[in-house]
Design a protein around this ligand. Structure first.
Ligand code: NAP
Length: 262
């Protein structure tokens, strides 16, 4: 039987071109979803990924360029939503994956700290909320799902040196639990907390040097670093689990059990 394009579910993955986002995009696509690959700076990766997926199944992957700062402005957010909906005519699953991640030193310059606060809270907390609100009607119509990428450091065990990131991810975790109630029974909202599943690109974050990596690896009971695929499969599970909402699953090889913070 040939594919009926109108019957295919659609997933929108923020930051879906690279790393964990890419694994999520590919995993949903393999399971028959059409995918909207949102990207900001990674145009080449996004277009290449869409091309690869469209070669597997024609007209099944599209790209969407935007800064998450669209959520700061009513018209920009509406334009983002309208464009996203025009790509396949529907959205069933919204995945909040895009994030910024870097340390903040509370001794640093006031203006720099304010900038970091605005950016880390924008990507890790504010955008997920306002995108969820923007797509509420569409997701409710589809009895859809929202899945948020959180962090094992968002609950009880803050990552030393990253206070603003920790705070922003905690707010995102609270969003998952709050929206699970606010959006029930129409939309399910869940979260996945990676442990150490892929290191930041070295050239972007030299603080995570080799000894830190060795220290992190030694702290994982399953004695290995996880993979983006481990995360992607859990995101897919939660997107498809009809009786689960408001839950956060750690995919961390047991690391959150032994975590001291820091
Ligand atoms: N890596 C891990 O082991 C780990 C651990 C704990 C939690 N997590 C969480 O899991 C998720 C994925 O992790 P990751 O390491 O794969 O993420 P990442 O590479 O750090 O970031 C994912 C994408 O977010 C997008 N992004 C950042 N700022 C943006 C902005 N202002 N506007 C629009 N897009 C923006 C970027 O898109 P462009 O490249 O297109 O600019 C980037 O590729 C994140 O939410 C992260 O916090 C990951």
């Amino acid at each position: 039987m040939h594919n009926n394009i109108l019957a295919r579910k659609v997933a929108l993955i923020t930051g879906g071109a690279k790393r964990i986002g890419r694994a999520i995009t590919e995993t949903f696509h393999t399971q028959g979803f059409d995918v909207i690959i949102h990207y900001h700076h990674s145009q080449t990766d996004a277009h290449h990924l869409a091309q690869t997926l469209n070669a597997i199944r024609p007209n099944s992957a599209k790209t969407l360029h935007a800064s998450l700062a669209v959520v700061n402005d009513k018209q920009s957010l509406k334009a983002f939503k309208d464009t996203a909906l025009s790509l396949f005519g529907r959205i069933d699953t919204l995945i909040h994956n895009a994030s910024s991640f870097y340390p903040t030193d509370l001794g640093q310059d006031f203006d720099d700290l304010q900038k970091a606060w605005d950016d880390l809270f924008l990507t890790n907390a504010k955008a997920p909320l306002f995108l969820s609100q923007a797509f509420y009607d569409e997701l409710a119509k589809r009895h859809g799902a929202i899945v948020s990428l959180l962090d094992i450091h968002a609950r009880d065990k803050p990552f030393l040196g990253y206070p603003i990131y920790n705070m922003a991810k905690s707010a995102h975790l609270a969003m998952v639990q709050s929206l699970a109630l606010e959006f029930a029974p129409s939309i399910r909202v869940n979260g996945v907390s990676p442990g150490v599943n892929i290191f930041p690109d070295d050239n972007q974050n030299s603080q995570l040097n080799d000894s830190t990596k060795a220290h992190l690896m030694a702290s994982v009971p399953l004695a290995k670093i996880g993979t983006p695929q481990d995360i992607a499969e859990t995101v897919l599970f939660l997107a498809n689990a009809p009786y689960i909402t408001g839950q956060v699953l750690a995919v961390d090889g047991g690391r959150s059990l032994t975590l001291k913070g820091g």
